[in-house]
Design a protein around this ligand. Structure first.
Ligand SMILES: [Zn+2]
Ligand SMILES: [Zn+2]
Length: 387
């Protein structure tokens, strides 16, 4: 069974919604226009219930099937854009300088709106479908905010599914696997305190630039020498700030970066070793240093049964040979993980073709993906809850 016919009919409308969202990007929780547009459409479609303001600016729509049943399935899209200046020259390019939909959340929102349109019209399923539109995926933990607001219990959600477009994967194909699929992303801040001095009198200093340089090197030994080579971890120091002129050894230095892992025991070990190295290296040079290790988005763990179910539905839409169930995990992070920690479910990648990468100023969601994504959503509901 390929693309759902009625979804193909809606392709033009969904594309227009996507392009309108693309032209009006909003950041983090400040997605007021987007959320209002989503809520207005859900009401116009005839959702049984539309609730705004969940997790600050999240929107939830409830659609009851016309067949009896008590199952409740949640489907989630993200609404926020990124602080990037768009490099595309499109008729619908961003109207807000310095903001753009560079992660395809415009496409995610439009595809799920398309599913809501279809499901309210047909209602050819049992139980209840809940469409979830979240703010602040890009670093603001909007998914967690909606969970903390009681969304799962309030709407009785029993299983929950998410989707992200995947540049470099062919249009009309999907990737999904069970288990760890995206990384835990932790934030590292290291403050080094030494002793400032004239650059010509290094013996009178405790040189924080030297300490910082040693730390950048030594922290890499965690991945190369502490992590089992068959496991995965990333340590990236991305900020090194010290000094302001060429003849003063600075009193302080600051390092910032990120640690990515796929398993709790590896995460615990990375954090522990980082603390030991920061303290030990600082002491070696007579400086002091403090590590702030803040845990961010948790590992995105697909549940086995639900990942298998999602793969079979995607296979019905695209053909079983177009579903990659051995896709390797990525070390990027995704706050849908907070929802998967609350309810069984799965997160699927959908091919965006040969586009620029996510978060690139020349990225654009490909509207040819829409029929696949929207068909997947509607078949997920109709298959999960047959009469
Ligand atoms: Zn992103
Ligand atoms: Zn994204």
């Amino acid at each position: 069974m390929p693309i759902v016919n009625r979804v193909a009919d809606l392709h033009k409308d969904i594309t227009a919604w996507r392009r309108d969202l693309h032209a009006h990007p909003e950041l983090l929780y400040d997605v007021h226009r987007t959320a209002a547009s989503v809520a207005d459409k859900l009401k116009a479609f005839g959702c049984d219930e539309v609730v705004t303001g969940i997790g600050r600016t999240g929107v939830v729509g409830v659609i009851k099937g016309r067949k009896p049943g008590s199952d409740v399935i949640g489907m989630r899209a993200d609404m926020d854009a990124l602080p990037i200046l768009e490099a595309n020259d499109l008729p619908y390019k961003s109207t807000v300088p310095g903001k753009m939909h560079a992660c395809g959340h415009d496409g995610h929102t439009a595809m799920l709106l398309g599913a809501a349109r279809y499901l309210t019209e047909t209602r050819n399923f049992a139980g209840t479908a809940v469409v979830i539109f979240q703010p602040a995926e890009e670093g603001g933990a909007g998914g967690k905010a909606m969970v903390d607001d009681g969304m799962m219990d309030r709407f009785g959600i029993q299983q929950v599914y998410g989707m992200h477009n995947h540049p470099g994967m062919a249009i009309g194909s999907f990737g999904i696997k069970s288990g760890p699929t995206m990384a835990a992303a932790d934030h590292i801040v290291i403050e080094i305190e030494g002793k400032g001095a004239h650059a010509a009198r290094p013996h009178a200093s405790v040189d924080t630039v030297l300490v910082g340089a040693q730390l950048v090197n030594q922290l890499q030994s965690i991945v190369s020498r502490n992590v089992d080579p068959l496991e995965s971890a990333v340590v990236s120091i991305c900020v090194f700030q010290a000094g302001s002129t060429d003849n003063v050894i600075p009193q302080t230095a600051l390092l910032r970066g990120t640690a990515r892992t796929l398993k709790p025991q590896v995460q615990d070990m990375v954090q522990k070793r980082m603390g030991e190295i920061v303290e030990g290296v600082a002491r070696l040079y007579g400086a002091t240093a403090t590590l702030k290790y803040n845990r961010g988005y948790p590992v995105l763990n697909n549940h086995e049964r639900e990942a298998g179910f999602a793969a079979s539905v995607a296979g019905e839409i695209a053909g079983a040979d177009k579903i990659d169930t051995t896709i390797p995990p990525v070390m990027g992070a995704e706050d849908f993980s907070f929802m998967l920690n609350e309810r069984p479910g799965a997160f699927i990648f959908i091919g965006n073709g040969d586009s620029a990468g996510l978060h690139h100023p020349a990225y654009n969601f490909n509207d040819d993906v829409i029929p696949y994504g929207t068909s997947y959503w509607v078949k997920l509901v109709e298959t999960a809850q047959p009469a």
